[in-house]
Design a binder for this molecule. Structure first.
Ligand code: GRF
Length: 199
């Protein structure tokens, strides 16, 4: 089986990226990492990726000022040059324009730390606690033009416990993210294979 060329977009710590890289060490995993890109040159995940032998580079969004599309054209050029066939957003903190999302439609997935459709956007853990929810979790979904709105691929839930803070809840969800994301990425690869078998 040929594996889909995977690019991972990050902005910081990169623990989800690391989970994907580890899963992809198995030669039977349906994606092969070809590139890690960060919009922040100081992202810790860039060092982790480079240490794992994956080409890793930054495209600093601040150099493009308010011109989001110019930044995204630079991203797109790097992705295309690497032969990217599927993109996994992993803690990538830039909202993408409809131009970029449309260009990679059906080939880009994201992990979000809430049980979507609840709590799109930021501060998900705090909002779940404040709402008095019994559980919280994470979602992997296809990326569509509306932020955190694309079709859901997989979810995992954890309980919210008395006394939870956003930090304790995030720490309970994070291992679930690391478990869920590789599984969901594999599912996404199979879907791409089904719909474009020669890709
Ligand atoms: C994760 O909680 C992810 O769900 C969210 O941002 C965080 C990134 O963490 N989108 P990491 O960089 O993968 O460690």
């Amino acid at each position: 089986m040929t594996r889909l060329n995977l690019a991972i977009l990050i902005s910081g710590r990169g623990s989800n990226m690391e989970a994907l890289l580890q899963a992809a060490e198995n030669p039977d995993f349906p994606a092969k990492p070809v590139l890690v890109l960060s919009n922040r040159p100081d992202a810790k995940g860039l060092e982790t990726a480079a240490a794992a032998g994956i080409p890793a580079r930054a495209i600093d969004h601040t150099l493009y000022g308010k011109d989001r599309e110019a930044f995204e054209r630079a991203l797109d050029a790097a992705l295309t040059e690497a032969g990217t066939e599927i993109i996994a957003l992993a803690g990538f903190m830039r909202v993408l324009t409809p131009w970029f999302v449309t260009r990679w439609a059906g080939r880009m997935i994201n992990i979000h730390p809430s049980l979507l459709p609840k709590y799109k956007g930021l501060h998900t853990h705090q909002r779940a606690i404040e709402a008095g929810d019994a559980e919280a979790g994470c979602t992997v979904h296809w990326v569509s033009p509306g932020v955190d709105e694309g079709e859901i691929i997989a979810q995992a839930a954890v309980p919210i416990l008395p006394g939870d803070t956003p930090d304790t809840l995030a720490a309970r969800i994070l291992p679930e993210e690391h478990r869920l994301y590789p599984q969901a990425l594999a599912r996404a690869c199979h879907k791409i294979r089904e719909t474009s078998p020669h890709a």
